[in-house]
Design a protein around this ligand. Structure first.
Ligand code: AHR
Length: 521
């Protein structure tokens, strides 16, 4: 692949200049340069950017999180122990539930009370399987408490009533002598959970009701009026936002709803389209690999365009943009139920995660949450399970290494890196993000997507006298390597020894196809 210099700022001070472009490769290989303003930084990277999404879809909930108290699979109150521990380890800050498309067909009252008395329903969105409602409000909110995550509920607007949603909020958050609070107590929960994040519908332009933005805007105003704040439990009301390039949806909502919403969502999948094959998760050509990288990087342009519209109506950035569904979407694994969206996860997916999270960090002045789809066994999962076995995917390891950015201060930076020639355009080889944590440690997350060439990165840490550097790396022998139940550690983080602090500053020898996270003190 041909290289030429490409000045690419994936971070806050983005600056692209192709002027005077030249090949930056000498006998010692490819070079790149990163400037970090370590003594600056205005915005906090919300830990909620590292959020997850769980839906009643395939084996996400049933089998993935919930096995029930009587299962032979080791569990705590019905939640599988291995998954629980894995989620705790990466400090999942927030978990969205019960959908997705499922949310707009979900009637929460079917999921409370004795489990053997709960009515069943057919999950029409996902495989037409019977949903027995054994995992409901209590099971979800108690799970969030166990893993230390904030819950984010998606309310049913598509097929549910205003009264139903209002009562759900009362059931969950009221501490008074109110009918729904008393029903909750009768079902075994004395104190309210104090849920903050409430989505008012999901994909209301599609599976959530096929609405026009003007109509949905009015519905948002109506539904959110009756979702009350109880005691200290003020709601953070989230409007169902656009898909990908639907800028008109964002514009109409900003105009007609404005600051009645605390945030608006956005869904963006790295996906080849909605009809026909989406490509295999594990078998892909070099061109397909480059297409994937390019499509995932395109999210930066998409969020910028949505944010520009938001800036027009809300220059003080009081309304958040939440990318509450994102990630790769491939064909299901051969032999699995097409409605269950079960896919494998390779080093390529890890790159999509690493690059996308770097982009979200860089726009943390507006992006206040993101939820990768989905946490277990669905789409770009961080965890896969099969009966009693569990495997952590390469994407899990990215979330593990990147957790250092949670609630840290974004450091402005500028990256100059070579490019790879893809079919339609050049794509930068490197992606980077830097932050400073509350103890003053600096973390830099770097992705080198070049399949064959290492890159030497010189790093100018302005305003910081670095004394030590340590690091971790995720890489593999090939881009399509993945973890299986038989070989669960084909990809896992290892110590990284390729960074040195010398007279010229910090120099990082980034191996080909790798993700590196450095800690600098
Ligand atoms: O994540 C799978 C589905 O993708 C969700 O249910 C829906 O919101 C989106 O279309």
């Amino acid at each position: 692949m041909k290289k030429q210099l490409f000045t690419y700022g994936v971070l806050f001070l983005l600056a692209i200049s192709m002027a005077g472009a030249q090949k930056k490769q000498d006998s010692s290989g490819l070079k790149a340069h990163l400037t970090i303003n370590a003594d600056q930084g205005q915005y906090q990277i919300s830990k909620n950017i590292y959020g997850q999404f769980s839906e009643h879809l395939g084996n996400c909930i049933y089998g993935g999180i919930w096995v029930g108290e009587n299962s032979p699979i080791p569990n705590t109150n019905g939640y599988r122990n291995d998954v629980l521990q894995a989620l705790k380890k990466i400090h999942v800050p927030i978990l969205r539930w019960p959908g997705g498309c499922f949310a707009d067909e979900y009637h929460w009252m079917d999921g409370i009370g004795p489990r053997d008395k709960r009515p069943k329903m057919v999950n029409t969105n996902w495989g037409g399987v019977v949903e027995d409602n054994s995992f409901g409000t209590h099971e979800f909110l108690n799970f969030c408490e166990l893993i230390g995550a904030e819950p984010y509920l998606s309310g049913n607007v598509g097929s549910g009533t205003v009264e139903e949603l209002a009562k759900w909020v009362e059931y969950i958050n009221s501490d008074g002598d109110s009918p729904m609070a008393n029903l909750r107590r009768k079902n075994g929960r004395e104190k309210p959970w104090g849920v903050k994040y409430l989505g008012v519908g999901n994909e209301s332009w599609g599976c959530g009701g096929n609405m026009a933005p003007e109509y949905y805007a009015d519905l948002f105003r109506r539904y959110s009026t009756y979702c009350r704040n109880y005691g200290d439990h003020g709601l953070f009301r989230i409007a169902s936002g656009a898909s990908d390039y639907d800028y008109n949806w964002t514009d109409v909502l900003m105009k007609k709803v404005g600051n009645r919403m605390n945030a608006i969502s956005l869904h963006y999948y790295t996906c080849k389209g909605w009809s026909g094959s989406k490509g295999s998760a594990t078998k892909f050509t070099n061109d397909e690999y480059l297409w994937t990288m390019s499509k995932c990087m395109e999210i930066e342009d998409v969020v910028k365009k949505h944010m520009a519209i938001m800036d027009k109506y809300d220059p003080r950035k009081e309304i958040g943009l939440l990318v509450d569904e994102w990630g790769t979407w491939w064909d299901v694994e051969p032999g699995t139920n097409p409605g269950f969206l079960y896919q494998q996860n390779t080093l390529r997916d890890a790159f999509v995660a690493g690059i996308t999270l770097n982009i979200f960090n860089s726009h943390c002045d507006r992006i206040k949450m993101a939820n990768i789809a989905q946490v277990v066994n669905v789409l770009q999962s961080i965890i896969l399970t099969k009966n009693e076995k569990m495997v952590l995917t390469p994407t899990y390891h990215v979330f593990d290494l990147y957790q250092v950015h949670q609630d840290a201060t974004l450091l402005p930076s500028k990256l100059e890196a070579p490019v790879l020639k893809a079919e339609e355009k050049d794509i930068p080889e490197l992606s980077a993000s830097a932050s400073k944590d509350k103890n003053g440690a600096i973390h830099i997350s770097l992705v080198n997507i070049d399949p064959t060439n290492p890159v030497e990165l010189t790093c100018d840490l302005q305003g910081k006298k670095a004394t030590t550097v340590t690091g971790k790396i995720i890489t593999a022998s090939g881009l399509s390597v993945y973890n299986t139940f038989e070989n669960p550690n084909a990809i896992q983080p290892a110590e990284f020894k390729g960074a040195k602090i010398g007279k010229e500053g910090l120099i990082v020898k980034l191996p080909a196809k790798s993700i590196v996270v450095l800690e600098i003190k």
